[in-house]
Ligand binder design. Sequence first.
Ligand code: PGA
Ligand code: MG
Length: 231
Amino acid sequence: MIALPLNPAAFDAAIIDLDGTMVDTLGDFAQALGRMLDDLALPGIERTHIERMVGKGSEHLIKSVLHHVLAQAGQAPAAINTEAIYPQAWARYQHHYLAINGQYAQVYPGVPEGLHALRSAGLRLACLTNKPTAFALPLLRAKGLDGFFDQVFGGDAFERKKPDPLPLVKTCAALGSALARTLMVGDSSNDAQAARAAGCPVVLVTYGYNHGQPATDVDADGWVGSLALLA
Ligand SMILES: O=C(O)COP(=O)(O)O
Ligand SMILES: [Mg+2]
């Protein structure tokens, strides 16, 4: 377990997840996916289902949504082939997401305060998200959070995404910080598993998206209800 507030002498840097940790983006996902499904003449999907599918990047999200709506429309699950419509779905999703990015999303309470406190404690900060870098950068800018970060990496920045440890290893290298002295802060099992495998300490927020499971059920070193409680 990590004692909170953090002992700043124990850390050189922190890596912060984006969706579900800094920004509640479920509204953006719902809008962009709804418009995509409309373009494809497919039925809609409820937010509660979308929430469970977020966290493993856009390709996984779109394929999960397509699978869900086609199954709801009566296709036998074993016969569903999302590959054929994926390229068109991705193109429509990307178009709509970039058009609405941030408009249906809110920064969680305590986020600017928490990031400010971490920086004031001398930590270098990176944002590491599974969402594409081209979505992450304008979102951080729109929400006034971009200035906190030395580095921003999306799910397409490296060969593999969280829960693989590779993005954390590469982000620590970019920050010039040792893995054991870099805190991962996230909301899901993807963040925690990546941190464990990389050897980074990890704290999870209790309010984000964890595939429908409580974040407190995930193997981590601590939990907070607000980033403001970190430092
Ligand atoms: O786009 C996603 O699947 C979630 O991204 P995250 O890594 O910021 O939670
Ligand atoms: Mg997240």
